[in-house]
Design a binder for this molecule. Structure first.
Ligand code: SF4
Length: 428
């Protein structure tokens, strides 16, 4: 069963963009994938997937084996007996958690991560997490979220994880000073750069969510202004707003322009003058502009096709089009949050073809007909398309790699230039 429909997106008449809406077969990883970067970010958290051998295999092969450190993710396997309702899964889960927390006193936050099999047998992980939280508090908090692959895409795992943490954030006092919360996992190196820039702009206090340590929870309340660092956090944003926080509307900090507009949106809330803003950002901005320009020769005029995968597609496409003169053939995204992406859509080239949702066969047909120079897609499509002679970029790599901020703008350009250069060398 499938369908495709045409609609439009954009905040004003000048930015109305055609969208193909697709519903059909999907080719994406599930939300468990988020564990790969989240376990590196929250350094004292543990992710216990309650799932099948398939789930265990996915996590293990995607994240690799941690040789020198104790692992911070694992899978409690649901087997045939559990699926047939012959075993008490709750008892078994309690036993595994007991064993884990006894052996690993360094764990401060334990996530029980639901999967397709745990949802099939209707194992109530929210009850399990509150039962276990009572037992192990105050040393360990136990939360739960779903990483199941049904009707989701892989970055929603982070959204579900962060949304599950919001109720635990302490309430900020009503008379608290205005504070900034940066929401979405960023590499530590990127966070440190933003901390220095916010300090130079006299913006603060600044907190990052998720934190590096489980106990470092930012207070939230009506004086909290938050800005999204990632475009796939709809549920987290909603949960923060229910706690009184207000979103700062901005494009995402990808590329020189995106980073400048993102910082400027915050600076405007704090009443930072243009002079101070320019003085604080000029050096990094100019250095980044020069560094990005080195890739324009390789990317200018190249035709790029985005399959829907990470939800980063629209900000990435905006960066490629505006800073590297790339021609966008089609920009697919699994979900289009019109509010969170409003500033991005305004910056998109007029008339660019967007698609929302997935019907992989239709998109493959359009992609083959367009013969783009570069296809940005999931791992499952990359190899077959390479075999057909196309040049591809794995979209998941763009989620794992530090790409936000001024100092990473050229690295981001290089991620797109590299496969084209490799292809040219193969052909030469
Ligand atoms: S959660 Fe579902 S989609 Fe993801 S690995 Fe497990 S069974 Fe597969």
């Amino acid at each position: 069963m499938s369908s495709a429909a045409l609609a439009t997106a954009g905040g004003s008449d000048t930015t109305v963009i055609p969208i193909i809406r697709e519903r059909g077969q999907r080719e994406v990883f599930c939300g468990l994938t988020g564990i790969i970067w989240l376990h590196r970010k929250i350094q004292d958290a543990f992710f216990l997937v309650v799932g099948s051998r398939t789930c265990a295999h996915l996590i293990q092969s995607a994240a690799g084996v941690m040789i020198f450190a104790e692992p911070r993710f694992a899978t409690a396997i649901i087997d045939e007996r559990d699926l047939a309702g012959l075993a008490d899964c709750n008892e078994e889960l309690d036993r595994i958690v007991n064993q884990l927390l006894t052996r690993r006193p360094d764990i401060r936050l334990l996530f029980l991560v639901g999967s397709c099999p745990s949802e099939v047998i209707k194992l109530d992980l929210s009850r399990a997490s509150s039962r276990l939280s009572k037992k192990f508090s105050p040393n360990v908090r136990v939360l739960n979220y779903s990483g199941s692959g049904i009707e989701t895409t892989f970055t929603q795992g982070e959204d579900a994880c962060l949304a599950s943490m919001v109720p635990d954030l302490p309430a900020a006092p009503a008379d608290a000073e205005t504070s900034l919360m940066v929401v979405g996992s960023l590499a530590d190196v990127v966070e440190d750069q933003f901390i220095r820039l916010f300090a130079a702009l006299n913006i603060g206090p600044v907190r990052f969510f998720p934190p590096r340590h489980a106990a470092d929870l930012a207070p939230v309340g009506k004086n909290t202004r938050y800005i999204l660092a990632q475009p796939f956090l709809a549920d987290t944003a909603r949960a923060l707003e229910e706690r009184g926080a207000t979103r700062i509307d901005a494009p995402f900090p990808l590329g020189v322009e995106g980073t400048t507009l993102w910082l400027k949106a915050v600076a405007d809330v704090w009443g930072v003058s243009s002079g101070t803003f320019d003085a604080a950002t000029a050096t990094a901005r100019e250095r980044a502009t020069r560094a990005v320009a080195r890739y324009r020769e390789e990317l200018s005029g190249k035709r790029v096709f985005f399959f829907p995968d990470s939800q980063l597609e629209i900000p990435l496409a905006r960066f490629l089009a505006r800073e590297l003169d790339v021609e966008l053939v089609e920009v697919g995204t699994p979900f289009l949050h019109k509010q969170h992406l409003a500033r991005e859509l305004e910056l998109m080239p007029k008339g660019v073809q967007l698609s929302e949702g997935q019907h992989v066969e239709n998109q493959l047909d359009r992609c083959r007909a367009a013969k783009p120079d570069l296809v940005v897609c999931g791992l499952g499509l990359a190899n077959p398309l390479e075999a057909e002679g196309m040049t591809t970029k794995w979209s998941i790599e763009l989620v794992f790699t530090p790409i936000q901020g001024y100092d990473q703008a050229a690295d981001l350009a290089e991620l797109f230039a590299r496969p084209l250069v490799r292809r040219m060398r193969l052909v030469a």
